[in-house]
Ligand binder design. Sequence first.
Ligand SMILES: *Cc1c(COP(=O)(O)O)cnc(C)c1O
Length: 378
Amino acid sequence: MKQFNDFLKEKLREIEEAGLYRERIVLPPDTVDFSSNDYLGLRDNPSTKEKLCRSIESIALGSGASALISGFHPIQKELEESLAEFKNTESCLVVGSGYMANIGLIPAISEEGDTIFSDQLNHASIIDGIRISKASKLVYRHCDVEDLERKIRTTNTKGKRIIVTDSVFSMDGDIAPLDELVKISQKYDAVLVIDEAHSTGVLGEEGRGIFSHFGIEPTDNTILMGTLSKAVGSYGAFICGTKLLINYLINRMRSVIFTTALSPLQNFVSLYNLKAIKEEVYRRERLFRNVETFLEISKREGLDVNFFGTPIITYIVSEPKRTLYIRDKLLENGIFVGAVRPPTVPPGTSRLRITITSKHTPEDLKRLLSTLSKIVNG
Ligand SMILES: *Cc1c(COP(=O)(O)O)cnc(C)c1O
């Protein structure tokens, strides 16, 4: 196996030389974490934990089978009904993870001859879903609806048109121009797929997401997917849309048919955390108060951060090795931020990705920004 191991070593050496080596870190206790997507602090939600303790005797720890065999338990049905209500759609399908949702959904709804129009900065799971599909792909410039419309108009397609976009872009924190995308999708009779991974629980009334944020309603041609692992603080994902769509996906989506359903235990956590999003309003209030405070302090510290109205805030360093250096210095000071480098983001745009949550204190924010300011200003 010498050849194989040499291949692995050589590839890893190239990755390391480019400053792109990745490893998993267990954060030391007491580290202030600015990297998680747990925007509302719900992964430690006491109200859900308490309900879980009271109900644990009657909750199955595993689902036992694919949802189409016997893995579909009452708790998943209840979770799907709650999500459909939350997202203002007819129906919902809960699936394994956001990644599995996208790699299953996109190939299921498309076929050869269709064209998928994809935002340049879409999440990797969307890109992989398009790769698996038999449709052709056209990438439009980031959030550029004129470029999108031009590409739709000048492309002859025998089949359907499908537009796919993140709602909040995971590595930049900016919000897709949903109102214009809906108009274009209606004008050209295109399907609109929106990935609500970072808008669910964060944007809109009661955290209902991007449609509520824009004050518009999903149409019959809209598909909303999102994950339960970010603001919901659990694990799993959902696809919301018409009853017709969901019935079709149950029959065609390979990452639903050929995989074991989520455990009732996990769905229990999602269900009660979703209730908490609606009822424990103070969480979102704290989150956005923290965002305000963060912006005020960063201005005072003279740090040029990028903010687009969401809790994902970036500080562009550009060079990957320098980004890692700053990340490690912060960690020495008990603060963790994500160092995002290619291929996750385009070359030359390596950055610190700072996510604010409801759990941060004003002292945490001050500590991060004054330490960062000291590091970058030498
Ligand atoms: C995190 C994320 C996913 C993947 O969701 P998981 O449940 O973590 O697999 C998909 N799309 C976007 C935009 C994301 O940020």
